[in-house]
Design a protein around this ligand. Sequence first.
Ligand code: SAH
Length: 401
Amino acid sequence: MGRRKDSSSNNTESPGSFSGTQHQGTKTRFHYNDDEPTTEISKLEDSMAASDKAMAAEDDSMMGDPDVSFVDGDDGQTSADYYFDSYSHFGIHEEMLKDAVRTKTYQNVIYQNKFLFKDKVVLDVGAGTGILSLFCAKAGAAHVYAVECAHVADMAKEIVESNGFSNLITVLKGKIEEIELPVAKVDIIISEWMGYFLLFENMLNTVLYARDKWLVDDGIMLPDKASLYLTAIEDADYKDEKIEFWNNVYGFDMSCIKKQAMMEPLVDTVDQHQIVTNCQLLKTMNISKMISGDVSFTSPFKLVAYRDDFIHALVAYFDVSFTKCHKLMGFSTGPRSRATHWKQTVLYLEDVLTICEGEAVTGSMTVAPNKKNPRDIDIMVKYSLNGQRCVVSRTQHFKMR
Ligand code: SAH
């Protein structure tokens, strides 16, 4: 899960085992080039295509029946539906499927651990296109219930049928919290519920709900562990581009937007060379045992500088693991691992910290679902540095939405 465009795809190495190669994926930050000519041929073509479309639209409107032009494709979905139900559009599923670190890890976990699935009943929470259910059925599960609330469930049904798995996979369209399962209990719950910053969108709650309602006592959660980490980076250039940008926009002061920009964590890939300190484990969640209240927590951190540098931001990322496999499997979304569509989460600091090698930024991070909208996350960071060249202490609030 996790829903933004611009994924790093085309990864062909075999992910899944933590011992695999760890290197940085493509840096996807977009840099504007002021000198770039603005009338490239592709743009000209775009604008010509746009004017063609406009003319066609005008023709349509002259023919009457304006409603027709607001219906996208065959599924009757309007753009408004997509806005409120982004998982109905195939694009987001394409992005997730093409995230090879993600999808290949699940595939490897399932195909390399067939002993877990033999004769077992599986529940796939948030099945999307049905990919994880197909993996499980192919690995020998007795039956898979694929539950999906978005309209992509209709596609999943068709995909299951056309691949000849109708006898093994039952697709149920509806919310986990509202559907009825044809069985009382399941042996395995599999789900890809992770959002940006691990917890954004709070789908973990849905997974825990399913676990408490349907999983047999000695049942298995896949994945069953997720950990959140924190580190600190030098990021002068990009902070300028994203934050200081608002000071002077084509000659106008838009700095009132800066405050908002500072409060919103930025989902982006970070180059590992930007990392200035160690990486600190903030929180490990045991998906088999935790309760939903455990998604709110406060964790202390101590980030010790490897070198003299400036710190502009904290960076959070997560890893997940499947500890019930024959050998431990999982993946990391950290800046030293191959990039995934989750990228990393960058939290800009109000202060630039002038830190010397061996000095530490200490503090704590408090994470909690927003009270009004539990899919959003509120983050509070307290940090201080008592260094030779910089003494700072501050509390900052962030909101992921
Ligand atoms: N399992 C698929 C899709 C993962 S994305 C894959 O790995 O490619 C998560 C999916 O969960 C989305 O399609 C979303 O619509 C669905 N989902 C989220 N909350 C849900 C809920 N409460 N009940 C059912 N489905 C849910």
